[in-house]
Design a protein around this ligand. Structure first.
Ligand code: HEM
Length: 150
């Protein structure tokens, strides 16, 4: 038998049957290294990085199908905002949650790792120090649960 208050809460909480499961509704932040945002070159560095990364995602056969018909400029803009926030930079993220924005895309494990791999190549080419890269990737890793749905 459920305690009264719990039964009441469960019976009155509206849950849409098709609501995305948001494991990670708020953005993570990198730990250690207050200078990580600077190591990425600030807003200009992130903008250039996202240009390079998107170009690579459009070439890689595992990621291309997801991006070729998408609004690439909008996604890049939101990624710059999002990474800026994650790196403790002076920005606001105006996009949707990861569960919401990737819902229905059927992103596979393979596509996720291909995207991260291309991002790593782009970061190396821009000479972003490894510890800074790793801090970003560690912060992004838990989003995996909300993005890979297939
Ligand atoms: C850690 C990994 C990832 C991060 C941080 C990330 C971040 C984002 C962000 C910030 C947006 C914009 C949100 C919005 O539209 O409001 C977005 C959208 C999108 N992402 Fe990702 N993403 C990741 C992985 C992936 C993967 C693996 C794929 C597919 C290979 C993918 C495909 C897309 C697509 C197609 C959109 C546009 C959706 C739409 O316009 O409706 N993402 N992502």
């Amino acid at each position: 038998m459920l305690p009264f208050f719990l039964a009441l809460a469960l019976s009155t909480t509206p849950v849409a049957a098709d609501a995305p499961v948001d494991h990670y509704p708020t953005l993570p932040h990198v730990h250690g290294g207050d200078h990580t945002y600077t190591e990425f070159g600030g807003k200009d560095g992130l903008t250039a990085l996202m240009d390079d990364a998107m170009n690579r995602w459009l070439v890689n056969p595992r990621t291309r199908p997801f991006f070729e018909h998408a609004d690439q400029a909008r996604i890049k803009h939101l990624l710059v905002q999002q990474f800026c926030v994650v790196l403790n930079g002076p920005c606001t993220y105006e996009g949707r949650s990861m569960a919401e924005s990737h819902r229905g895309l059927q992103v596979t494990e393979g596509a996720f790792y291909a995207l991260v791999e291309e991002l790593q190549i782009a970061m190396n080419q821009r000479h972003i120090p490894f510890p800074a890269q790793n801090r970003l990737l560690a912060a992004l890793a838990p989003m995996h649960k909300d993005i890979v749905t297939k």
